[in-house]
Design a binder for this molecule. Sequence first.
Ligand code: NAG
Ligand code: NAG
Ligand code: NAG
Ligand code: NAG
Ligand code: NAG
Length: 470
Amino acid sequence: MRLRTCLLGFLALFVPGKCSYSPEPDQQRMLPPGWVSLGRVDSEEELSLTFALRQQNVERLSELVQAVSDPGSPRYVGGLHRFPPTSSLRQRPEPEVSGTVGLHLGVTPTVIRQRYNLTAQDVGSGTTNNSQACAQFLEQYFHDSDLAEFMRLFGGNFAHQASVARVVGQQGRGRAGIEASLDVEYLMSAGANISTWVYSSPGRHESQEPFLQWLLLLSNESALPHVHTVSYGDDEDSLSSAYIQRVNTELMKAAARGLTLLFASGDSGAGCWSVSGRHQFRPSFPASSPYVTTVGGTSFQNPFRVTNEIVDYISGGGFSNVFPQPSYQEEAVAQFLSSSPHLPPSSYFNASGRAYPDVAALSDGYWVVSNSVPIPWVSGTSASTPVFGGVLSLINEHRILSGRPPLGFLNPRLYQQRGAGLFDVTHGCHESCLNEEVQGQGFCSGPGWDPVTGWGTPNFPALLKTLINP
Ligand SMILES: *[C@@H]1O[C@H](CO)[C@@H](O)[C@H](O)[C@H]1NC(C)=O
Ligand SMILES: *[C@@H]1O[C@H](CO)[C@@H](O)[C@H](O)[C@H]1NC(C)=O
Ligand SMILES: *[C@@H]1O[C@H](CO)[C@@H](O)[C@H](O)[C@H]1NC(C)=O
Ligand SMILES: *[C@@H]1O[C@H](CO)[C@@H](O)[C@H](O)[C@H]1NC(C)=O
Ligand SMILES: *[C@@H]1O[C@H](CO)[C@@H](O)[C@H](O)[C@H]1NC(C)=O
């Protein structure tokens, strides 16, 4: 049995009797499936409302992101922010090529590090101010004691930090959540020995917009981690366009600041819903934002051995109905559309939209420790996202040690380098509508970029080589 870990809700206020509520103008007036009206909110209930002002000069911000994220642009290094530290980069030994691969009973840090060619030396040095973070919503908490038990059971022979360095926001006292435990345990196993923060935005009862709340927290701070991973998402069509655009502007600002934001691509393949009686795929946001790096999912070809990766059929991917295709990916997407032998009917997706994911990592069969209990076979792009984030943090560590700025918004560079340093996943398709026309199949992976696994999964030594300069 698979345990899917993504969850997300959206709070609306309902007025009883009239069967009406006051959604934004472009939202449907009916209750969406899965929602129940609980009647009028108690007049004593405290609510916090977020007012976002319409912003000016957003087009100029988009030009700035383009300039600071393009290695060919003079604005990419961004000037001198700090002097390089005096300690020099440590020599990495040649990775050992082992002839035999052993059986494993699920994905652990040892398996992850073996597959992505991370050696015991590939950990944070402890001499930089490097840090990474994951964001938690909806009462998902982690326990440091679970992290300790997890590392004791599965940690293997790599240096790691014993606890989360900082919690921003409130961690409730409740039971640990599997999502939060998973994110913390794998971010700190891939990005091992790197200072790790958790942003905690609780309050399912307080806030309608968990993403905006978290992003406003980020934009209010000047010293913050370079890499942020988020394993939450929502159907694009369930959000009002004003809200989506406002969140997207904050994502654009984060990219302009040089932050790397990674989002899980979702766990329903291409997705499916029906519009005026016709089936369509169903894109997910913020995965579909052009200003984030979106992470899909893979499985091992042989689930019990560290073998090549194939598509995990749940891996979220597709084309946005809101955001036009950013120029950095036009060539890669055109190449995919013209060469894929298994393209779904064009009425199912918007070929002119932002296509995702950008990259992928294993998303199947993880071990997690939560509330002191080891839990096997946890799956979802919630798992691949912190793993990819940790790998990017290790690359940032090398960049910082050699006096370079952290990676920042990765996509323009990733597409320019045509996925160099990544293992190209070429086998398998993800799921979609269970109807006669497509019979449960969405897009299929193939050579190069595809909307199922992006450019592929990290091969650390190769990725480091392509991302260390300039
Ligand atoms: C891990 O980080 C600590 C500081 O947090 C540092 O003292 C130690 O040397 C690091 N371990 C390795 C193997 O680099
Ligand atoms: C922003 O930071 C200031 C100073 O630390 C603090 O007083 C304020 O509450 C913060 N605002 C938000 C929205 O977090
Ligand atoms: C960097 O170090 C300073 C103190 O030396 C600290 O205040 C700041 O939060 C750190 N930044 C990150 C991103 O860890
Ligand atoms: C297709 O995507 C574009 C943005 O790229 C958008 O303007 C358009 O409305 C979308 N079409 C549909 C049918 O959603
Ligand atoms: C790790 O290295 C081995 C040996 O070079 C290679 O076969 C494998 O594909 C690499 N892993 C990834 C994810 O590329």
